[in-house]
Each structure stands twice: as structure tokens, then as C-alpha cells.
Design a binder for this molecule. Structure first.
Ligand code: UT7
Length: 330
């Protein structure tokens, strides 16, 4: 097997804010229960940003940890790709704030919004630019604060989301067998209204009416999205394995986006992968959108579950709908 791009993950980092929301918190004021939430989603707790915290602050912390892990200083970073659907402001890009917060000057810094697929999109975009234009140390940071866009009166969505960030430093590899071996990103805009924030953009700017109608919060057609997600994620894994001539048993770990434990379980059983080789942390963090895959990767690395040379499959699916798969040899 030949590496498409000899670009390796040189370091990982992650961060979640300290404040948490348990299922009991939701059951204290909504018609819901720990039993319903656990059974239907697998979520027990999620973290949320507090005063003074935001997408940029959690992104900066995750990036710092990834740079420490990679042994790379601010003056060695030559591009910053921030994957987020919940930017600090509409203008400018969150990447600029993160760049400034890290004390980095002058390198390209931009945002990628591919919702929950953001982290895989970010890695693919960064890897492509590195291969084409010779960037050497690139920060890819997935960071989202969905709790800022959550309607806490809507029991069907508010229980799902948490805030979190995961980051990697990508660098060229001297070993051609390592790096990003396979990548596949895509989208299908027909499913736009399965999961969206109706107002606050150019189509429906903020007004007293949009605020009164709660249109600045996420709206989701959950069951419809669930079906699209399961079908797409299962076919993506099949395509990735066929294209690389690998089988599920070659993978040290699959790291899927964490939107619902039942979705992950369905893909896992279809693949026949044992539980211990599928990263699941949705019970502790809920759906952290672009943060989820980087967060799970960093935790698996720090817990000693992954080592150099291991094959990892990243699998993302999100609003839009968008999707992304990558197979990386660490
Ligand atoms: O990250 C991007 C990708 N995201 C996804 O792919 C998410 C996909 N969707 C899902 O994960 C699931 O659809 C949800 C977790 C959002 C919902 O689970 P579900 O099993 O699809 O439930 P449902 O929406 O079909 O609702 C079943 C019942 C309904 O009651 P009736 O009509 O049967 O009486 C809901 O009103 O559960 C009710 N319900 C709740 N009950 C207690 C909905 N939310 C709650 C709740 N607590 N929090």
C-alpha cells in the first residue's frame, strides 16, 4: 500500500471546559429522564463553556497541548486550520483569534465549517495544502461550543450537545508507510434542514422576531438524520476498507464522530469490530461536533491505546449533511 500523502500526526491535544451538565440536570426541569437519555443516546454528562470561555479559548488550550505533545513551538507553526460551526464571531475567522492567543504571527489561519465532519475535513484540507505547497507544521483544531446555540427548552435536542476541542499538529513524515493513507470527504445539501440554525445568517438576519421565535438555536429532525447517518457511515467504512485493501481487523481503532451511541454501535456491529477498538466517549461529553474526533484521538493516545504504526480510521458525519473518512497510520 502506498501512502497518498506522507503527512503524520505529530502531536495531539484536547480540552473540555470544567462545568458539566448531567442527565439529572435536564430531568430536574424538563419532561425527560436519565433512563430515556441513556437508552436513546448513550449520554450521561456533557461539558459546557462558562463565563469568559468560548470556541477560541477552548481551541487555544487544545492547540497548546497538541504543540507541547509534538514538541513544536509557536514560531514553528506555519498554518492554522480551525474547524468549527460555532465561530467566535461571524467576522472575523476564529482561526485569527486562536493564532493571536497562541502568540503566532503571520502564517495563514482560516476556518473550515463542515459541522460535525469538520475535523476530518480540516485534516484533509491541511494535508492537501501541505503536500502541494510544502507547509511543514500545521495545526488542525476542531472546536465547537454547541451549548451556545442550544435551546434548553427543547428536550429533543438540548440533551445531546456539549462543548469540547481536539487538536493535532500535522507534519511531513520521513517514513513513507506512515501518514494519511486514505481520505474521502463529501456533502449532500438536500438534507440541510435536518439539522440547522435558521436565523443569524444572511438569509434570516437577527431581529426581535427571530429572537422571539427562538430561531437562533439548533433545530433537528432527529429520526430522519439518524437514518441518513447510519446508512452513510456504514457505507463510508466499507468504501474506505475496499479502497485500501484493508479489513476491520487491520484497524487498531475506529474513531467515529460521537452523535449517538446507537449510531456508533450499529456501525461497529456491522463491521464486526470489538468494543475495545472503537473509541466511545459520548457518555462523558455528548456531541461536541468538530471537537469530537480530535478529543477521542487525544484521549486514546494519552491512555496508551494507540502507538506509532497503528492504523486508525476516522469516521465523521454531520449537518449539511457532510461526511468524512480518513485512514491514518500513526
Ligand atoms: O452530529 C450530527 C449527526 N447527528 C445525528 O445523527 C443525530 C441523529 N438523531 C438521533 O440521535 C436521535 O434521533 C435522537 C437522539 C435525536 C432522538 O432519538 P429517537 O430515538 O430518534 O427519538 P424520537 O425523536 O423518535 O422520539 C421518540 C419519542 C417521542 O415521543 P412520542 O412521539 O413517541 O410520544 C419524543 O417526543 O421520545 C420523545 N422524546 C423524549 N422523551 C424523553 C424526545 N426527546 C425526549 C427526551 N426525553 N429528551
Amino acid at each position: 500500500m502506498k501512502a497518498v500523502m506522507p503527512i503524520i500526526i505529530r502531536g495531539t491535544g484536547s480540552f473540555v471546559p470544567a462545568d458539566t451538565m448531567t442527565n439529572e440536570f435536564f430531568a430536574s426541569y424538563l419532561d425527560t429522564s436519565d433512563e430515556w437519555i441513556t437508552k436513546r443516546t448513550g449520554i450521561k454528562t456533557r461539558h459546557r463553556v462558562g463565563e469568559g470561555e468560548s470556541t477560541a479559548t477552548i481551541g487555544i488550550e487544545a492547540a497548546r497541548r497538541a504543540m507541547d505533545d509534538a514538541g513544536v513551538g509557536p514560531d514553528e507553526i506555519d498554518m492554522i486550520v480551525v474547524c468549527t460551526a460555532t465561530p467566535e464571531y461571524p467576522i472575523p475567522m476564529t482561526a485569527g483569534l486562536i493564532q493571536d492567543g497562541l502568540g503566532i504571527r503571520g502564517c495563514p489561519a482560516f476556518d473550515v465549517n463542515a459541522t460535525c465532519s469538520g475535523f476530518v475535513y480540516g485534516m484533509v484540507v491541511a494535508g492537501g495544502l501541505m503536500s502541494a505547497d510544502g507547509y511543514r507544521n500545521v495545526l488542525v483544531i476542531g472546536c465547537d461550543t454547541l451549548t451556545r446555540f442550544t435551546d434548553y427548552q427543547d428536550r429533543s435536542t438540548c440533551i445531546l450537545f456539549g462543548d469540547g476541542a481536539g487538536a493535532v499538529v500535522l507534519s511531513p513524515s520521513p517514513h513513507p508507510e506512515r501518514g494519511i493513507l486514505y481520505k474521502n470527504i463529501g456533502a449532500d445539501g438536500r438534507h440541510l434542514k435536518c439539522f440547522w440554525v435558521p436565523a443569524g445568517g444572511s438569509r434570516e438576519p437577527a431581529s426581535v422576531g427571530t429572537v422571539n421565535e427562538r430561531l437562533h438555536y439548533m433545530r433537528m429532525r432527529g429520526p430522519e438524520l439518524f437514518k441518513v447517518a447510519v446508512t452513510k457511515m456504514e457505507s463510508l467504512v466499507g468504501e474506505a476498507l475496499r479502497a485500501t485493501n484493508l479489513t476491520a481487523s487491520d484497524l487498531a481503532m475506529m474513531i467515529p464522530h460521537q452523535s449517538n451511541r446507537r449510531i456508533i454501535e450499529s456501525v461497529r456491529t456491522r463491521l464486526g469490530m470489538p468494543e475495545e477498538r472503537v473509541a466511545i466517549n459520548i457518555d462523558r461529553y455528548g456531541n461536541t461536533s468538530s471537537g469530537s474526533i480530535g478529543l477521542a484521538l487525544d484521549q486514546a493516545c494519552r491512555e496508551g491505546k494507540l502507538k506509532e504504526g497503528d492504523l486508525v480510521l476516522f469516521l465523521a458525519f454531520g449537518a449539511g449533511v457532510s461526511w468524512g473518512t480518513a485512514i491514518v497510520r500513526l
